[in-house]
Structure formats: C-alpha cells, structure tokens
Design a protein. Sequence first.
Length: 199
Amino acid sequence: MSEIYTCATMSIDGYISGPAESGFEHLFHWYGSGDVEVPTANPQRTLKMSAASAKYFTELSANTGALVVGRKLFDAVNGWGGRHPMNVPVVVLSHGVPDGWPRVGSPFTFVSGGIEEAVAVAGKLAGGRAVGVNGGTIARQCLNAGLLDEVLIDLVPVLLGGGTKFFDQLADAPVVLEGPISTVEGRGVTHLRYGVRRS
C-alpha cells in the first residue's frame, strides 16, 4: 500500500491561508526566492527556489505517484488548467462532477464516496509511489480516518492572524507526531517532516 502524506505551506501561527483566502504572496514567496529553476508540468510556470528547497521539492515530486484534493481547491485553481504542476493523477473528492469534466485524457478522477474511497483510488493510480493529500479539510479527514502516515510542513516566517488552519476539528486530539524526521532550511522557509504515531 502507498504511503500517505499531507504537505502544506504554513504560517508560524498555523494557517495555510489567511482571512478571506489571503496571504498567499507571503506563504508561497519561497517558490520564487532562489536561483535554481524547477520546471513544472506547465511550461509557463517554472519555479525558482533556493538549492535546498529545489532538492526537497524535486525529491518529493519524484516520490509522489498521485494526489487527493478537495473540490474547493480544484475549483479555486480551475483544475490547474487541465494538469497538476506535479504531473501526476489527481483524485478530487467531490459531491458531484463539475461542468465540463471529465475531459478526454484528463488526469483527474472524481469520487464522492468519502476519504477512504479517494485514498484507495489514489493508491491504485500511484503505481507504488506515495499519495499526497492536500491540507485543511482533506488532511483532517485523512488523519481522523487513521490513513495518514506523515505530515510535511513548509514553515514560513509570517503570522497571518487567522484563516484556514492546516489541521482543525480533530476527532482525537492531541495527535502525537514523531520527529522531525528531517529538517531542510530553505530561503524564507523551513521544510519539516513528521511521522504520525500509531496508537
């Protein structure tokens, strides 16, 4: 079975977006704060990171075989224009399929049966590599269902003061994590990796 992880860029006070979906210029500044070019599936979108962040990002991408995201994120980014920047299959957990989808050759699969179904489908698509689930509601559902193996945090030195938390409304808090398993110092970001302790 594929390893399941969640990864999000987070402010020091624990938010993955600020009030009214703000703060992204601070959270994702590290995507363009370096000299190392990191190509994505979108030819018009090349990232420029510090050497440490580029190594971390490319290794994570290479080890990821599929993603699970929610409908809110899918709609907010307009389906990434038809292909996720990591160029892997994406399972979208949604109550319904949006207009115009699925498209022929699309890497998106829509499921409505809950987080367990979404993770199972992603695991089959991942080809033995890891499955990444996006932060917020999807990460919480995955953790509450006992499916999450690791939590990766791209910690940015900003205080947003409110917004969407990485984790909220946990069923069995506190949740004890192992680690950090690894720490990578980038430019304007610290990449942290933790294991989820099984009870």
